[in-house]
Ligand binder design. Structure first.
Ligand SMILES: Cc1cc2nc3c(=O)[nH]c(=O)nc-3n(C[C@H](O)[C@H](O)[C@H](O)COP(=O)(O)O)c2cc1C
Length: 453
């Protein structure tokens, strides 16, 4: 059942206009470059793009992107070409609501696409209680987007049938990027597109069930298993031929997990290979300038933003402004950040219908919200154990609400990073791109205990 949203508007923070003076902070934007914080704040988009180019020369020439037309995903028109990446344990109804509030606050109501965290097809078919909660959307959420993780066409079809015939989704995304060893060990997630026919049949089954209801199906994938076993160009074409309405590429291999730098040139290559449906780029967008830089460098039709918005849902206000060609960027004070954190906690309590569960969930977001701000270890430690809204209010009451946006310490990478890993695969998985009967049986088990891509 859709749930009523709190209609209180998201605050729109003052546009950035920091001082350029001797006390201004410095911003390290590359090995040899230091930009004074005040300068960064007043930089034009062009200058920030230039800075992005100097930071990442491997990403090629970065120029100003042409104004992007609305993103068309099947019958859906997404006015601002921005997608909230599905993130397990994060992009539930509560977090999506928060991001949507910021996304619309700066964009004259322009929509972006906010994808649910991944749910497994099997759990949906079994109508698992938690899964049924995870597929809920707010009453005003439009389009209602749900991501499915699947390993076989039959269960995929049954899960999609539930979503569309019961009018529970307007968009379905299929996850083929999960790098978790317990999933790839059985051939699921990011390992699956290696088996071309299995991949194609899953996408085709989802499209077959969804298209009578005019619900578009999209595919989210990685570049491949490792540099020697890339799948994304093949998979992009197969997905298009099977009727997918768009493909999104997280420009890393499974072996990279979240380490290193996303290879945006792969997004450009996918865009060249798949010309008749939108290609969405994903990986390492930490700011609106990064999003513009990705579009400029790759020609992608839209951007998918994951870790960059952790503890920073107002990034969607920046993205909406950037894609509308406007320069303002949010630079909230600590007081404004705390108000956002508090609102997030309240939404989580509403989502779980349980104050303790909601407060436990907000704990993992706290370090992201406070990144770079002055907050003593006593308050941080207390927040890491918070179990009621009253205790949360009490603790944040001890923070200096007037503390200004700290600049660089609050920017940049956040969330998972980690190291490259050896990808664990079923025996003989890489020997052929077709599935053996033994592998087929193993893949069927790959849907158990998965957690994100
Ligand atoms: C905590 C977390 C959970 C994730 N869960 C999912 C998921 O459920 N489905 C999915 O397709 N990708 C998932 N991802 C991957 C992201 O959608 C995204 O592809 C990845 O983080 C790269 O984008 P970024 O650099 O903008 O973070 C997850 C990532 C993180 C950090």
């Amino acid at each position: 059942m859709p749930v009523t949203a709190d209609s209180s508007p998201a605050p729109v923070f003052a546009p950035c206009s920091g001082p350029v003076g001797p006390d201004a902070l410095t911003l390290h934007t590359g090995p040899d470059r230091v930009v004074r914080m005040g300068e960064w704040q007043v930089m034009s988009t062009t200058a920030r793009l230039e800075t992005a180019r100097l930071d990442h020369p491997e990403r090629g020439d970065v120029g100003l992107p042409a104004a992007l037309p609305p993103l068309r995903i099947g019958p859906l028109e997404i006015a601002s070409p921005v997608v909230l990446a599905p993130m397990a344990g994060i992009t539930n109804r509560a977090f999506r609501r928060l991001c949507r509030e910021y996304g619309t606050a700066r964009s004259s109501g322009a929509t972006s696409l906010y994808v649910s965290e991944m749910i497994t097809s099997r759990a949906l078919v079994e109508r698992n209680e938690l899964t049924m909660r995870l597929i809920e959307h707010d009453l005003d959420e439009s389009p209602r987007s749900t991501q499915l993780y699947s390993v076989d066409p039959v269960t995929t079809a049954a899960a999609v049938r539930i979503l569309v015939s019961e009018d529970r989704a307007d968009h379905i995304d299929l996850n083929f990027g999960c790098p978790v060893p317990k999933v790839t060990r059985r051939g699921g997630g990011g390992a699956l597109p290696w088996k071309r026919e299995l991949f194609r049949s899953i996408v085709a089954a989802a499209v077959r069930e969804a298209s009578p209801y005019d619900v578009p199906v999209t595919v989210k994938m990685r570049m491949g298993i490792d540099p020697e076993h890339q799948t994304y160009l093949d998979a992009g074409r197969l997905a298009r031929d099977a009727g997918a309405a768009a493909v999104a590429l997280h420009a890393r291999t499974v072996a990279q997990a979240y380490s290193g730098v996303a290879d945006w040139s792969a997004i450009a290559r996918l865009k060249e290979a798949v010309t008749d449906i939108p290609v969405l780029g994903n990986g390492d967008i930490w700011s609106a300038e990064d999003a513009l830089a990705m579009v400029a460098a790759t020609g992608c039709d839209g951007v998918v933003v994951g870790r960059g918005c952790l503890g920073r849902p107002w990034l969607f206000a920046d993205l909406a402004a950037a894609f509308a060609g406007r320069p303002e960027r949010a630079q909230p004070t600590l007081g404004e950040v705390v108000d956002t954190l508090r609102r997030h906690a309240g939404y989580l309590v509403d989502f779980y219908d349980d104050e303790v569960k909601g407060c436990r969930d907000i704990r993992k977001h706290i370090a992201w919200y406070l990144k770079g701000f002055p907050a003593g270890s006593e308050i941080r430690n207390g927040l890491a154990l918070v179990d009621s809204l009253a205790a949360l209010d009490d603790l944040v009451g001890g923070l200096d609400r007037a503390a200004p946006w700290p600049g660089e310490p609050a920017e940049g990478q956040r969330g998972r990073a980690g190291n490259p890993r050896h990808v664990v695969l079923p025996e003989g998985w890489l020997d052929s791109r077709d599935l053996t009967p033994a592998q087929q049986a193993l893949v069927a088990e790959a849907e158990e205990s998965v957690s994100g891509g």
